[in-house]
Design a protein around this ligand. Structure first.
Ligand SMILES: [Zn+2]
Length: 217
């Protein structure tokens, strides 16, 4: 929680002199002039408004960050951040600067449920025929074989549980994956209706481009 600390805020003193929000009122008060804004006073050279420390513009973001980023609760929303700020601090148009800061907070932006690209888990359809649906994956981290293979290309028919294993290399190129698939699966069993794999959609997009254009080389 933000605490008032004279030493910590000593640097504000010179910043008030150039601050668009406070330079006039601060200068007037330091000169002992009567000013219209009676809500302000200076204490230990720091400016206060109704007992709240006035924050120069160049310090606003540091203060918002301190209040918004709570180690215990996490990142407060706009309302709670302003509420905590206004216990000790003051500057005009607090809402604007706080909401702008939070809109730009990377952690808030990426962790809001609405911004998380969550996919729905859908159950896999049960295949009714052999080779209608296959699982395709790579199992790796295996001891290097004499031919330099360290991965297994695994294909399982979800209907019969028949499993085909082919040794391959970790850096198997897409073209070779398509070649393996063509030689070992599709020439015998045809094209399945569905393929289940952990590989991302970009892999499959490129994979099918290679596969459809397969010329047996
Ligand atoms: Zn945040």
């Amino acid at each position: 929680m933000l605490k008032q600390n004279y030493v910590l805020h000593e640097s504000y003193i010179e910043k008030y002199a150039y601050d668009n929000d406070f330079q006039d009122v601060y200068a007037s008060l330091r000169q002992g002039n009567q000013i219209e804004e009676l809500d302000y006073h200076v204490h230990n050279s720091l400016l206060y408004q109704l007992g709240k420390l006035c924050i120069p513009q160049r310090e606003k973001n540091n203060i918002i960050r301190e209040v918004h980023t709570s180690l215990i609760v996490g990142h407060f929303g706009v309302g709670k951040t302003i509420e905590n700020l206004q216990r000790y601090c003051y500057w005009p148009r607090t809402f604007d600067s706080v909401s702008r800061f939070i809109r730009g907070c990377y952690l808030c932006e990426t962790s809001k449920p609405i911004n998380m690209k969550l996919g729905l888990y859908t159950p896999l359809l049960v295949p009714s025929l052999p080779c209608e649906s296959i699982l395709m994956d790579f199992v790796g981290g295996l001891p290097l074989s004499r031919k330099g293979h360290d991965y297994l290309y695994v294909v399982v028919d979800r209907f019969s549980k028949m499993c085909i294993l082919k040794p391959c290399k970790k850096k198997l190129q897409l073209k070779k994956t398509a070649h393996l698939s063509f030689q070992n699966i599709w020439v015998h069993f045809g094209l399945p209706t569905s393929i289940v794999s952990d590989q991302d959609s970009r892999f499959f997009g490129n994979f099918f481009v290679k596969f459809v254009g397969h010329d047996g080389n």
